[in-house]
Write a protein that binds this ligand. Sequence first.
Ligand SMILES: [Zn+2]
Length: 365
Amino acid sequence: MSIRSGAEPPAPDASLADEGGAYSHKGLTYPLGRRAPAAGEVIELAPGLQWARLPVPGSLKHVNIWLFDDGQGVAIVDTGLDIPPCREAWESLISGAIAGRPVTRIIVTHFHPAHLGLAGWLAERFDAPLWMTRGEWLFGRLLASDVRDAPPREAIAYWRSAGWDEARIEEEAAKGWGRFASVVSPIPVSFVRMEDGNRLTIGARTWRVLVGNGHCPEHACLIDDEAGLMIAGDQVLPRITSNVSLSLSEPEADPLGDWLASIEKLKALPDTLLVLPSHGEPFTGLHARLDALAFGHCDRLDALHAKLEEPRRAVDCFATLFARQIDDSMLGLATGEALAHLRRLEVEGRAVRESKDGVHWYRAG
Ligand SMILES: [Zn+2]
């Protein structure tokens, strides 16, 4: 692991660093310290770039969003869930920090509800275009339109294959199908496509689109090379690891392989970038964080491989993969993540999958 030492964090606004009590932890430096905007407030990070936060229920607590000066108005990056507390926070921003200024475009890093949730609502309110990668827009539109009374048979088979017991499957099935649409406002039927390598001129800045994979199909990060800024979305987070799950829609995919390849791709970026993540605080130390993420996954893959002397199902792998106890609220995410690790071992030739009565058993291969 490369740990940065003695490097000065770039401070787009030096006074902020002074007030915020910059500190370093695990190879990362947080130039603004623990400062963060309260709901409805903004912090100016650099000329024409503001940071705001929206509430998220549960352990995440918040999602960061970014407001760009776009000449006559404001360009928004990410939008929050379509839940009343997020709409209220937006009303405060609209009547406060951005009062009187039109929203010129809505940029969304990826389809997850905390990012895409209010894009349609804002697009309609301001008659503004939605900018996304094609993979994310398509996936969001697909999930939003798939609402059913009962889960599809593939979902039941997926849970059973992972080792869920029949009672737990029944409980999950009783919830119906299509929770995505309940926290996402109708997604615009047209969008402006962002592709890897595109350059977007927004106000006085030029942002380069960099696409990452593994957490979602086609995640957009934005890099301002000149100012040394990176809008990282969920592709790089400072403290928590992004969920990397084998999804129901592509059970033969290798999302952890995609994720590790994206980490390598991001290592080509300068280590001096100020990283603006969707959760947590702005930080420097990109390479140290990427190294830690890669090390963490590879270390768990090795640990899991060692456990596969005995055949195991996905649910038998939780204790090896996760430091915390997996309760019912975490079961879906934990299952997806365990399957992503098992699938990675399979692709590497280190595990073999056998199916018995619809249950997948993995053993060292
Ligand atoms: Zn996400």
